[in-house]
Design a protein around this ligand. Structure first.
Ligand SMILES: O=C(O)CCC(=O)C(=O)O
Length: 364
């Protein structure tokens, strides 16, 4: 990241004045298609799509060199199952645009999990209407096959709810036209539609509900990811998740002594993360960025990582975003109920370190 992009990003977040990044979205009538890798920089993507949280599609030229596009596909463009049964390797190169990926950085540091997927879907199958876990971003490349995407900007999904408040499973179902079942349906505009061809790469912004149909036998490589641009959305999502758990088990609140702790346990088993782990996630990323700045290194050069080349400006931006979200975490009543006595550093100490770093990096 260059300095100008960082200044631009910081002023973008100041302009939001605490509003959720995913809820500030201009009206779109089409999804941009990015044709040429040579003339499209990380800063172009960051300022044009990541920060304003808008979808886009990258042409197949961006993935031309990927081994999977040759090895996983037969000459007629079908999945090469004979090859895949023998070999199953990660033959792709992470595009620079998606390299600020804290979710996978965190899980890689713990060495227990990740949010990288390969989907295989025969013609006619589809993924139901949903927004991605944690309000993460996702990217998706068709190694072979074609998909049709239906996108709804954040908030539009509310108009699609049925009279019980439930979200539809299938937004193409004729039952959505029944105003007795979906009384607010008219308040939702048409979806943005994208047909993704083999080799093309779709960027799914944070909190955008979508439904995806396999028009042909398709293999795709997908990642979910979170970074400074959608961290506040993730924190908002986790607060909603906790409230939903609390609502489910409210009848035991007054009789169960450690009810709040149990809510966190349930939340972790349902969502994969609770408030304690969210703090741990922030801490791991924050400490890596503080270390990098202290050493004057770029994020990607940290001990074990590949060089993402995003540099100290990105690290400074990341620290600012973590500080802002952590400030909200430490005052949350349910976080204050978490036993942080064994946390190292204590959340308030980490917040102070981050604020000091933010002040020190203003002139970077
Ligand atoms: O390709 C699919 O079927 C689902 C992909 C998806 O939902 C995503 O990448 O966010």
């Amino acid at each position: 990241m260059d300095r100008e992009t960082r200044v631009f990003a910081e002023s973008h977040f100041r302009g939001l004045e605490g509003r959720l990044p995913s809820r500030v979205c201009p009206k779109l009538d089409r999804v941009d298609f990015i044709e040429k890798p040579d003339s499209f920089s990380y800063a172009d993507f960051f300022k044009g799509y990541l920060l304003p949280n808008l979808p886009c599609v990258f042409s197949s030229a961006f993935t031309e060199e990927w081994g999977s596009r040759r090895l996983w596909v037969t000459p007629s463009g079908k999945p090469n199952f004979d090859y895949l049964l023998q070999n199953y390797e990660g033959v792709f190169t992470l595009p620079i645009y998606f390299s600020s990926d804290w979710l996978n950085e965190y899980w890689d540091a713990l060495d227990v999990d990740d949010y990288r997927f390969v989907y295989m879907g025969p013609t006619g199958t589809w993924s139901p209407f949903h927004a991605d876990i944690f309000r993460s971003f996702s990217w998706s490349v068709n190694i072979c096959g074609r998909k049709k995407w239906f996108f709804f900007p954040p908030g539009q999904e509310d108009a699609l709810r049925d009279r019980h408040g439930g979200l539809p499973y299938d937004v193409t179902s004729p039952s959505l036209l029944d105003s007795r079942l979906h009384p607010t349906r008219d308040g939702c505009g048409p979806p943005l539609e994208v047909t993704q061809e083999a080799g093309e790469m779709v960027f799914v912004p944070s909190g955008w509900h979508h439904q995806v149909h396999n028009l042909e036998d398709t293999i795709s490589i997908n990642h979910n990811w979170v970074n400074g641009c959608n961290l506040a959305n993730m924190w908002h999502f986790l607060q909603q998740e906790l409230r939903a758990v609390q609502q489910e088990v409210i009848e035991w609140r007054d009789t169960m002594p450690d009810w709040h702790h149990h809510c966190q346990v349930i939340m972790k088993s349902c969502s994969g993360i609770n408030f304690e782990e969210f703090y741990h996630f922030l801490k791991i990323i924050a400490e890596r960025r503080l270390l990098l700045l202290a050493k004057g290194m770029s994020p990607g050069q940290a001990e074990d990582g590949e060089d993402t080349g995003l540099g100290p400006q990105q690290a400074a931006f990341d620290i600012g975003r973590i500080a802002e979200v952590l400030e909200s975490v430490v005052v949350h009543p349910d976080f204050q109920r978490v036993d942080t006595s064994t946390f190292s550093p204590r959340p308030e100490v980490l917040l102070r370190q981050l604020k000091e770093a933010v002040a020190a990096t203003t002139s970077l």
